[in-house]
Design a protein around this ligand. Sequence first.
Ligand code: ATP
Length: 298
Amino acid sequence: MRVAIETRQLTKAYGPDLVAVDRLDLQIEAGSVYGLIGRNGAGKTTTLRLLMGLIHADSGTAQILGQDLWKAPPELRQKISYVSQGHMAPDWMTLEDLCRYNAHFFDRWDQEYARSLARRWDLPSNRALGKLSGGTQRLVALATAIAARPEILILDEPASGLDPVARRALRVCLTEILSHGDGATLLLSTHLLPDLERLASHVGIMDQGRLVAEGSVEDWQRTLRRVQIVFDGTHPPANFVIPGAIRTRTTGPVVTALIRIENESQLDPVRQISGSRVLIFTLSLEEIFVEFFDCSIS
Ligand code: ATP
């Protein structure tokens, strides 16, 4: 595997009792889409800032394309686009100004692509950015990050503030970039898990500064099932257990369980539980995330 982004034992504290990123080991393969998810305050933004060399780590390393951005030469920075949660460009600038500025700064700047994104996303070229709506400003930041044709694209909550149509347009565009096959690597943090599910090859779950679970969405969806067993009576039979359950919850005659499987035939004993109606569901990434924090399925 060719690693594009890597952290080793990366640590950043904002005070004696606030370790925002805690000995984080992360390896992201070149050409992949990696989604960093976690509850509010889990340390996602801090991780991205450390990777971008915007803040200094207390210990450990953070590297993009084999180099620490805190010390990296400008040539390396050209290969990386980063969209943070806040504003990036001065309010008085227009999209056209910003494109002109970026054309000087990024070797691979693609003016034609910037124009086409502006058309597709309905972005005004000559209005001051400060006068645009929050969502439109966000799209401007994303369009200019993408038109730089980066090798590495790092997006912190890219879809926050975007309406559903704009979110879809962004997703289509990111899929296009990735399908060009030029090896671009995308790392994004997001709370919009249905969007991520359609895009990410890998997902890492952060909690209290640590990576607590990591995997491919496909693997998680292949190996996890929610099973609901509805018994005829008012309660399940005494001492009833569901084979293979990671967690079980009982409400009246209904038993709900989370099961990890390697193949579908492992569910046969569940399907055959007598005196009951059995329903088996696959889980969305959002459901997996919620289950994770409910019961630690790592
Ligand atoms: P969210 O999903 O809400 O954006 P996050 O996972 O991105 O959260 P971070 O923004 O990285 O989390 O914050 C991690 C922790 O570090 C939080 O407890 C936050 O309050 C704290 N923190 C972040 N930046 C600073 C700062 N500049 N000074 C002090 N504490 C900070």
